[in-house]
Write a protein that binds this ligand. Structure first.
Ligand code: ADP
Ligand code: MG
Length: 394
């Protein structure tokens, strides 16, 4: 067995690959705890890079930049899901503690590997993926089982926020859609009758401890997360337990260190299906920043610094509202405006988070608001009221 490594204590540098909003909120959590942060991102001005003690502007595969990062940081994590596995391997070979490891990140980068992973452990987790079939060659289309229609064709790589997907009703449709997606490796998934969607957020520490947050119920709009509500209003306690047990089993199977999000579908017939995993703090876990003892970003710091994990206890019901760049425009992108922050900030139990992005764009994640309430209904009403202040349709 490898030697047990000591914790990395405040005052040290922690590294993060990717400078987006997840990197920024990670940086803020680390700084609150007295760490310094080094961000590596290819862009010149990034939400995390602009507040980190050290910002390295370079491609993820730039060996000199990775060396510079490794000199400064004894531990590195990633906020960007599609970071090349090679970058993580290179850092590890330079003696850096990389959490989660590249094998875990690679798994989440490829839907084919991901669905296989979920199917492989179904006998232990009691929750499997939706029925699916891999399409890598033209010939696979004729072999497609008929009971997968209507189905959703998803590219194996680089899909996010519903991008890289098409609904298909027949093999002819499938052939057209696969060509439109560029004939790249894809997974065809049976379209399920969803009742609602939830996600589980679990964390595994260096000491093998695994903790879980309460499951959030997620509403998407145009493929992008719109709200996350906790406790999940429609979820039965037995379903929540089953989901948390499955997510805990999955994180253990891959010896994952850090925060992992697992998305699930709850079907109209009450069955539960595992959809996908995200190897990092997740948008649906932003509620933890104001509603839990430890935020998901603090946990990422703790896990990568090899510290004991924090408490995941929910302190108050919450409904998180995502703020997209659309709010900065009146209809089209040529009529700019500033959202009515004064009205939002007039709500004492609405916690505003803005990511410091220089340029709003339609569909771009600009911030979120955690709407708290003493009871679940109050949190939800608060969320509806805040959304109305901003002109967001209910
Ligand atoms: P992304 O990586 O873009 O988040 P997902 O696989 O999570 O891709 O799909 C995006 C959304 O599409 C899901 O949140 C869900 O609403 C819907 N969806 C995906 N797969 C299915 C399915 N098999 N049946 C029904 N709805 C689905
Ligand atoms: Mg998803």
């Amino acid at each position: 067995m490898a030697d047990f490594l000591e914790p990395i204590l405040p005052g040290s540098y922690l590294g993060i690959l990717g400078g987006g909003q997840l990197g920024r909120m990670f940086t803020q959590a680390a700084q609150v705890m007295g760490y310094k942060v080094c961000v590596l991102d290819p862009g010149s001005d990034s939400p995390a890079g602009s507040i980190a003690e050290k910002f390295i502007q370079a491609e993820y595969t730039d060996s000199a930049a990775l060396k510079e990062m490794a000199t400064l940081c004894s531990s590195v994590s990633t906020e960007f899901e599609n970071v090349p596995a090679q970058a993580l391997d290179e850092l590890e070979s330079l003696g850096v503690f990389v959490a989660p490891r590249s094998s875990c990140v690679s798994l989440a980068q490829n839907r084919i590997a991901e669905k296989n992973f979920l199917a492989t452990w179904k006998s232990e987790t009691n929750i499997g993926p939706a029925p699916n079939f891999v399409i890598e060659h033209e010939a696979d289309i004729t072999q497609t089982p008929a009971d997968l229609f209507p189905g959703i064709l998803k590219t194996a790589r680089m899909g996010y926020d519903g991008k890289g997907q098409a609904t298909v009703y027949s093999k002819d449709d499938l052939s057209l859609a696969w060509n439109e997606l560029g004939c790249v490796p894809c997974v065809l998934e049976k379209r399920m009758e969803l009742d609602f969607e939830v996600s589980a957020l679990v964390v595994r520490g260096y000491d093998d401890a695994v903790v879980a947050y309460p499951v959030s119920q997620n509403l998407h709009r145009d493929g992008i997360l719109h709200t996350s509500t906790v406790p999940a209003p429609s979820l039965k306690p037995a379903q929540e337990k089953k989901i948390i047990d499955a997510a805990k089993a999955l994180i253990r199977k891959i010896h994952y260190v850090g925060v992992l999000c697992v998305e699930f579908f709850v079907l109209k017939n009450g069955d539960i299906v595992a959809n996908e995993i995200a190897p990092r703090p997740h948008n649906s876990g932003h509620y933890t920043m104001d509603a839990c003892v430890s935020s998901q970003f603090e946990q990422q710091v703790r896990a990568m610094a090899r510290l004991p994990l924090g408490d995941t206890r929910l302190l108050t019901p919450v409904s998180m509202l995502n703020l997209l760049g659309d709010l900065w425009f009146e209809g089209s992108e040529d009529k700019a405006r500033e959202p009515a922050w004064n009205k939002v900030l007039a709500h004492p139990d609405a916690k505003l988070h803005l990511y410091g992005k220089s340029e709003p764009r339609i569909g771009r994640k600009m911030g979120h608001i955690n709407c708290l309430g003493e009871a679940l209904n109050e949190a939800r009403q608060n969320c509806t009221a805040v959304a109305a202040e901003l002109g967001i349709e209910p």
